[in-house]
Design a protein. Structure first.
Length: 261
């Protein structure tokens, strides 16, 4: 196995970072400083040290996380709490989030130390589908749905979005559906104005433009007040995970994801 691969899969850092660590003389193999990232090592018998500490090979890891609203998808932030604050009991060095979710968006977020997996899952040409559940102010008629499904402009100078799938679940007036919404923060809705239409449903996209779901729905007159990602590439969020909880993906889940890729 290549030395840089060994280190990246042992939670030392991402592949591009560990290459720099090696070149800067921070890594030893069997007591000798090695500065060549591509050198082949035996992960079972060679002793690898990083900054004087023996590195234990952990292999590739894949975590499913149920992100709560209010947290930044980043390793650290000067102002806000981040999704990494929930991983206190595991070594997350070299593990990174796959894609991102907005601060106020909940749901499925993946973490891994497998850079190739991240690249394939997020690569636009792979057309990996991501499904979101939403509640929004507004309504959708047949023409609106057709636009979402065939592609819609969501920004000046931008090309059409790729074809999407829309499945409406509930539609009606806020006064009739407010008890079904079960959303912790409804500050976007004036509870004194019950006669405003609301709608819920699932939107499936195969891109990752900034705020894409919100912008697509806004383009057809709907203002999102709640958003939750429920699946990526056919992998559904484990609803037994409470917000802020995580678990390793099962071998079956990993296999299905790689088959998609």
């Amino acid at each position: 196995m290549r030395l840089d691969k060994f280190l990246s899969e042992s939670s030392v850092g991402r592949r591009k970072n560990v290459r720099n660590y090696i070149k800067e003389g921070m890594v030893k193999v069997n007591g000798e400083v090695i500065i060549e990232p591509a050198i082949e090592i035996n992960e079972k018998s060679d002793v690898i040290e990083y900054l004087g500490k023996v590195v234990v090979y952990t292999g590739k890891v894949y975590y499913m996380f149920n992100k709560p609203a209010g947290y930044i998808t980043a390793r650290r932030d000067k102002v806000n709490k981040t999704v990494f604050d929930f991983f206190d009991d595991v070594n997350m060095n070299g593990v990174f989030h796959v894609g991102r979710l907005d601060k106020d968006t909940e749901g499925l977020l993946l973490f891994t130390n497998d850079g190739e997996f991240e690249h394939k899952l997020m690569y636009p040409e792979k057309h990996v589908e991501k499904t979101y559940f939403f509640w929004a102010l507004g309504s959708l008629d047949e023409e609106d749905r057709k636009q979402l499904e065939q592609g819609i402009y969501i920004g000046k100078g931008q090309i059409l979005t790729k074809p999407a799938k829309i499945e409406v679940q509930k539609c009606g007036m806020y006064k009739e559906l407010k008890n079904e919404m079960s959303i912790e923060n409804l500050s976007n809705i004036d509870s004194n104005q019950y006669n405003q239409p609301v709608i819920s449903g699932y939107l499936t996209i195969s891109e990752g433009r900034k705020h894409q779901v919100k912008r697509m729905l806004k383009a057809v007159g709907c203002y999102v007040v709640y958003l939750k990602r429920v699946s990526i590439g056919g992998l559904r969020l484990d609803e037994s995970l409470e917000k802020g909880q995580y678990r390793l993906l099962t071998d079956v889940e990993i296999k299905k994801l790689f088959e998609k890729l």
